[in-house]
Structure formats: C-alpha cells, structure tokens
Design a protein around this ligand. Structure first.
Ligand SMILES: [Fe+2]
Length: 192
C-alpha cells in the first residue's frame, strides 16, 4: 500500500476518529504497525488499512459508555459494539478504494475481531493487535491512559509491565513494549 493511499484512508477515517483520542491513538498504532511490518513482513495492503480503520466504530458508541468499555473493570459487551459498528463504517470507507474482494474481506475481518479475538489467524492480524496494544506502552499513550483511567502512574506502569508477557502475539511486539516501558521509566519518577 502506497503512502498516498495511507493518507487518503486517514482522511476518510478522520470524521470517525474524533472521540477518545482516537486520531492520536491510530497514528501511534500505525507507527508501531510499520515497525512490526518492517521486522516481520506481512501484507502492508491489509495491515495498514486494518490499523487505520480498526477503531472507527467508537464513533457509533455513546460517549458516556466509552470508559466502561475498556481499561480496568471494563465491560466486554460495549467493547464488542465498537467492533461490529466498526466493520459497517470500514466497509463504507473501503468502497472508495478499488480493492480485491478477498483483501477487503480480510481487512474487515480484522477490524471485527481486533479486540475480542484471542486467536489471530494470520501474521497481519497479529501485527494489528500488537500495534494497537503497543499504544498503551508508548509514553504518550501511557500519559493519556493514566489521566483517563485516573490511576496511579507507578502502579499502572507495573500493571503494564506484567501484561506485556500476556498481551502480545509476536516476540517483536513484546520486545517493543519493553523498550517503550523503559522510555517511560526513564522519563518518569522512578516507576521501576
Ligand atoms: Fe485501538
């Protein structure tokens, strides 16, 4: 997938990324997806659109429910709604691109299971899931989550440090999570 198409997709997705820091979240997740793809391979024509579109469904979930849908004490039912709605919106956006049917279906399958599926079927799906999770480990994502979950930064750092052993489907993803946590620790106030 060329950079012009990446930019076009971002433009088409932008109206659906105005809630819960999703524009910033998606840009950071895409940067991690690029790095994972460079390290591991995988089809950029599936990975990049799936990352750009994975969270467009949040725009269809009432905002007062957002904080109940993820993070500590979350409700998986609400979270599932953003996947189902996301597939509908992503399908509409992808009509603007001339894609093979199989590619379009695969992108939509990943959008529809990016948070709830624990058995990714393909390398592309693993990369999308890992890139999405890596946001939480980036210094900017960490700062956003500490503020919106209203948690203690030191405790949250240790929570993430434990979860990095469970959440990632690729070794590269786990190593990048450790690297990002190290950045946070160095910039932080003695979390370690
Ligand atoms: Fe996400």
């Amino acid at each position: 997938m060329d950079e012009r198409t990446v930019a076009l997709l971002f433009k088409l997705a932008a109206p659906y990324l105005t809630v819960r820091f999703n524009r910033e979240h998606t840009e950071i997740a895409l940067a991690f997806a690029r790095e994972l793809q460079e390290k591991l391979g995988g089809d950029r024509g599936i990975i990049f659109p799936a990352v750009i579109l994975h969270d467009v469904g949040w725009s269809a979930v009432p905002e007062e429910l957002h904080l109940k849908a993820f993070g500590p004490g979350s409700d998986p039912g609400i979270n599932r709604v953003h996947e189902v709605e996301g597939v509908k919106i992503a399908a509409k956006i992808l009509q603007e691109l001339s894609l093979e049917a199989a590619v379009r279906e695969e992108i939509l399958r990943i959008v529809g299971s990016h948070d709830s599926g624990w058995q990714p079927l393909t390398l592309e799906e693993k990369i999308v899931k890992d890139a999405d999770k890596l946001f939480r480990f980036s210094p900017r994502g960490f700062a956003i989550d500490v503020a919106r979950f209203n948690v203690d930064a030191g405790e949250y750092w240790h929570y993430l440090n434990g979860m990095k052993e469970k959440w990632f489907f690729t070794l590269a993803g786990k190593e990048m999570a450790a690297r990002e946590l190290e950045k946070i620790a160095q910039g932080g106030k003695g979390y370690k």
